[in-house]
Ligand binder design. Structure first.
Ligand SMILES: C[S@@+](CC[C@H](N)C(=O)[O-])C[C@H]1O[C@@H](n2cnc3c(N)ncnc32)[C@H](O)[C@@H]1O
Length: 235
C-alpha cells in the first residue's frame, strides 16, 4: 500500500491542471470494440492542453521530470510532456512546473506501453528517454524503451526526422540501443560512452547546458562512478 506521503501526493495531483491521469474507461474499449481505444487527448495536446501550436517534446520514464522542467525553462516556445507510470515521482516535477508557472510543461501518467493511444501521426517532434530501466533480465528485454516494440510505436506519431535522445548509465542498454539502430537502419546522429569527459567537450554552450541537466537517477549512478552515455538518433 502506498505510504501517507504518496497518498497525499496522489490526492493533491488530482487538482493539478498540468497533469493528465487517464481513467481506464477513457482508453478501454467497450464490448464488441477493440480492447483499447484512443484517449480523448490524442491529436489535441497542442490545441487543448498547451493551447498553442508549438512543437511537442516527450520525456519517457520521466520520474521527477527534470528534463521536462529543465528544457521547459530554457525553451518557452516548445511544449514538454513527461510520461511515467509512477505518480509520486511525477508529482515533484508537476509541482515545480506549477510553482514556476511553466505553462509549457505537462505530465501524463500512463504506461508507455499504451503510448500510441495518446498521440496521432506527426503530433510529436522529439523524444527524450532519460535513464530508463535497462531491463537486464532475458525475459524483460522486450520491455526496453529503445527496443523494436517501442520504436515501432514511436514511429506512429513522431514526425519524420524527429530526434530521439537516450541518456543512460547502463552499458548493456547503450550497446543494445546502438545495435538496434544498426539492425533497423535508423539514423545515428551522435553517440558517446562518456558524455562528460569526452562527448560534450568542445560542444557549444546550449548543447552542454541541455545535456548537462542531471536527473535523480543520473545523480545516483554518477555518484557510484558510472560514466554517463548518450545517443542521439532518428527512426
Ligand atoms: C530509472 S527511473 C528514471 C527516472 C528519471 N528519468 C530519472 O532519470 O531520474 C525509470 C522510470 O521509468 C518509469 N518506467 C519504466 N517503464 C515504464 C513504462 N513501461 N511505462 C511508464 N513508465 C515506465 C519508471 O516508473 C521510472 O520512474
Amino acid at each position: 500500500m502506498p505510504g501517507k506521503n504518496k497518498l497525499q501526493r496522489f490526492a493533491e495531483m488530482k487538482h493539478f491542471n498540468n497533469t493528465v491521469e487517464p481513467r481506464l474507461d477513457e482508453i478501454k474499449g467497450s464490448e464488441g470494440e477493440e480492447k483499447f481505444k484512443p484517449h480523448p487527448m490524442k491529436g489535441r495536446w497542442k490545441k487543448d492542453f498547451f493551447q498553442n501550436q508549438n512543437p511537442l517534446v516527450l520525456e519517457l520514464g520521466c520520474g521527477k521530470g527534470e528534463y521536462s522542467v529543465g528544457l521547459g525553462r530554457k525553451y518557452p516556445d516548445k511544449n514538454f510532456l513527461g510520461l511515467d507510470i509512477k505518480g509520486a515521482r511525477m508529482f515533484v516535477g508537476a509541482k515545480e512546473a506549477m510553482d514556476e508557472d511553466l505553462t509549457n510543461v505537462g505530465f501524463l501518467r500512463t504506461r508507455i506501453d499504451f503510448i500510441d493511444l495518446f498521440f496521432e501521426p506527426n503530433e510529436v517532434d522529439e523524444i527524450w528517454i532519460t535513464f530508463p530501466d535497462p531491463q537486464l533480465r532475458k525475459n524483460r528485454i522486450r520491455k526496453r524503451l529503445t527496443g523494436k516494440l517501442f520504436t515501432d510505436r514511436y514511429k506512429k506519431f513522431l514526425k519524420p526526422g524527429g530526434i530521439i535522445h537516450l541518456k543512460t548509465d547502463n552499458t548493456t542498454l547503450y550497446e543494445y540501443t546502438l545495435e538496434q539502430i544498426e539492425e533497423h537502419g535508423f539514423g545515428l546522429l551522435f553517440e558517446t560512452a562518456n558524455l562528460y569527459e569526452e562527448g560534450i567537450v568542445g560542444m557549444d554552450k546550449d548543447v552542454r547546458e541541455i545535456l548537462g541537466i542531471k536527473t535523480h537517477y543520473e545523480t545516483l549512478f554518477s555518484a557510484k562512478g558510472f560514466k554517463i552515455k548518450y545517443i542521439k538518433f532518428t527512426l
